[in-house]
Design a binder for this molecule. Structure first.
Ligand code: NAP
Length: 235
């Protein structure tokens, strides 16, 4: 690994856990690329962090759009020339009080599009940069709901299936990649964001702190694991 400053990218960085991940990565000395599907909210979020003299740049990326992802990968390659840490954080939770067999199929499709296919296409588009440099740390923000045992209780089927698939993707990609590249999934816990609601016990700051150790693991670090608070967990 060269001694140049490391570059990290976070999807859905404009609010919630993603925003905190961007902030803490910048505080750790990374050059951070905050991505967001909406240019205005993304710019605003990046600007807020820049005011505190943090090194944060904005790049537009809608993870539901392969073209948007492709463009973002080109921009990152041209403007930064490297990518050391990639965090797939963007996510939707569309079926809180729904049952899988009763909901509109479009809810499942939309959830899979963002939470699973979004992460899949982002990894496919950015992995070549990591492969070229022979180094990379990919973190998929998953959920306890993605554990196989969660499939035994009814409800939240679209979200659960999307995170189960994301966990599977994490393990498959880990088995395929070579060099000093690691990919892991994390459960951030129940977090007080727009998604988690105000009663959640954990703040986005605490959630980000519990995730970011995976951004700086050494070559002997884990690959293909699913973690909660630094501990390997079952799925
Ligand atoms: N909060 C919890 O309790 C909890 C628990 C377990 C796992 N998680 C996971 O943690 C991650 C972050 O959740 P959060 O609580 O911070 O949620 P949040 O506050 O609802 O934020 C979600 C973020 O994802 C972005 N996003 C959604 N669809 C996108 C798309 N197509 N392209 C790009 N960005 C998109 C949103 O952008 P917009 O502002 O444009 O909508 C927003 O920035 C998610 O993957 C979630 O599943 C959360």
């Amino acid at each position: 690994m060269s001694k140049e400053r490391k570059v990290a990218l976070v999807t859905g960085g404009n609010r919630g856990i993603g925003y905190e991940l961007v902030k803490q990565l910048a505080l750790k000395g990374f050059q951070v690329i905050l991505t967001s599907r909406d240019s205005e909210t993304g710019h605003e979020a990046a600007q807020k962090l820049k005011v505190s003299t943090l090194d944060v740049s904005f790049v537009q990326m809608d993870v539901d759009s392969q073209e948007s992802i492709r463009q973002a990968a080109i921009t990152v390659s041209e403007c930064f020339g490297r990518l050391d840490v990639l965090i797939n954080n963007a996510g939707v939770y569309l079926d809180e009080n729904e049952k899988l067999m009763e909901m509109e199929p479009s809810i499942l499709e939309a959830t899979m599009a963002t939470n699973f296919f979004g992460a899949y296409h982002v990894i496919r588009s950015f992995m070549p940069i990591m492969e070229k440099q022979g180094y990379g740390r990919v973190i998929n923000v998953s959920s306890e709901y993605g554990a196989l045992r969660e499939m035994s209780s009814p409800g939240v089927g679209a979200y659960k299936l999307s995170k189960l698939a994301l966990n599977g993707l994490t393990r498959l990609v880990a088995a395929e990649i070579k060099g000093d590249i690691q990919i892991n999934a994390v459960d951030p816990g129940w977090v007080s964001s727009d998604m988690g609601g105000p009663s959640a016990p954990r703040t986005p700051k605490q959630a980000a702190e519990s995730i970011l150790w995976l951004a700086t693991t050494g070559p002997e670090g884990p690959n293909g694991g699913f973690f909660r608070d630094g501990k390997r967990t079952d799925w």
